[in-house]
Design a protein around this ligand. Structure first.
Ligand SMILES: [Zn+2]
Length: 366
């Protein structure tokens, strides 16, 4: 592993590495970008570069070896989802009284602390920031630089205020990374004490090339589809569940065909049966809803003469057939009504929802 394994956003990576080269790495770095844009991967790479025991240079800029004991241990935190699930499970196994007191952390190196949002609220809590305050003023034991990595920018109010105090007087030997999908969530005073870098979406063709390497088992039309649906986020593209998407989409297409072209009642009925609720029914229903939105948006692009923006390119012929029967008003009304259904679903978190509501929302005559 080295910086050359980070794909896209070359200019941003270069600027960060230049700061490493000048030994003037900022005490607080905000990495912003969509889910799956590489924020966590890049932050861990920088943590390795800050602490590598056998640092190298590539392209004239600092790099990390990926093999020394610091690099290896930091890289062990790489699979955030798995590490997070493990931390949650460990806490679940504690006695009731201890459970309440225990906050979530991921630590694979004594001087590098990863701080994920704490469930069930999925926010950073004050006790997590307290742990940062308790340790940040001690010199690192095995690293050159203590690293704190907040994986989310949703802070409880008290937690944000505590973090701000740290940022007002950070020790020389510590670096704080704040990852954010929406920097607006961070206090302006936190942002102003940090350097903010944005990871942009990667062009579709580049994502396709990346998938050709990392998902060779997918067929070219699947890769083209996923590249468009992941909206320039490589992490999302790589982990995309294309089978689940295609399954949901085939249901969504039946619903759209039935609404726009009529007929298909028996097929519609069959699908409705498979969505009869249950615990996992909700997930499935949400996937269907997202897919319906994605198809409606594609119909909108086709209708407004922008076929190059269509995401579901592998069913273009079918979309054109549907598009011929759908005018702008219908698409707009259908999207609004779907949004109503979605809001209803969110209000009644546990209540099951039958597919009838979707069908009703898309019904032609209003
Ligand atoms: Zn190393």
């Amino acid at each position: 592993m080295s910086f050359s394994d980070f794909h896209g956003n070359a200019e941003t990576v270069r600027r960060l590495r230049q700061m490493l080269a000048r030994d003037r790495f900022p005490h607080a770095v905000v990495l912003s970008g969509a889910r799956g844009s590489g924020k966590y991967t890049l932050a861990l790479m920088l943590a390795q570069a800050l602490n590598c025991l056998e640092p190298t240079h590539t392209d004239g800029l600092p790099d990390f070896c990926g093999r020394c004991s610091n690099c290896r241990r930091i890289a062990q935190a790489g699979d955030l989802e798995a590490q997070f699930a493990e931390a949650v499970e460990t806490r679940e196994g504690l006695r009731e009284a201890d459970k309440k007191e225990t906050r979530l952390f991921i630590q694979t190196h004594p001087d590098v602390l990863v701080i994920p949002p704490d469930p069930p609220q999925m926010m950073i809590k004050v006790d997590q920031v307290r742990r940062v305050i308790e340790t940040i003023y001690y010199r690192p034991s095995e690293a050159r630089e203590r690293v704190y990595l907040f994986t989310d920018s949703a802070f409880m109010k008290e937690a944000a205020n505590s973090l701000l105090k740290v940022l007002e007087e950070p020790p020389k030997f510590a670096t704080i990374f704040l990852l954010s999908e929406n920097v607006g969530e961070l206090l302006p005073t936190i942002r102003s004490r940090s350097m903010v870098f944005h990871l942009c979406a990667i062009p579709v063709e580049e994502v396709e090339r990346y998938l050709a390497q990392h998902r060779p088992e997918w067929k070219a039309p699947q890769r083209a589809l996923v590249a468009r649906l992941s909206e320039g986020a490589l992490g999302r593209a790589r982990t995309f569940d294309v089978d689940a998407y295609v399954e949901a989409r085939s249901s969504a297409l039946v619903i759209l065909r039935s609404a726009l072209l009529g007929g298909e009642h028996s097929q519609l009925f069959k699908i409705t049966e498979t969505y009869r609720s249950g615990a996992d029914g909700r997930e499935k229903t949400e996937q269907l809803l997202r897919t319906l939105y994605s198809l409606l948006r594609d119909l909108m692009f086709l209708g407004s003469g922008a076929p190059e923006l269509v995401q579901n390119t592998d069913v273009l012929a079918e979309l054109k057939r549907l598009g011929a029967a759908a005018d702008f008003d219908w698409i707009a009304t259908a999207s609004e009504r779907l949004a109503d259904v979605e809001r209803g679903m969110r209000r009644n978190l546990l209540r099951s929802l039958s597919l009838d509501a979707f069908e009703l929302a898309l019904e032609r005559s209003s």
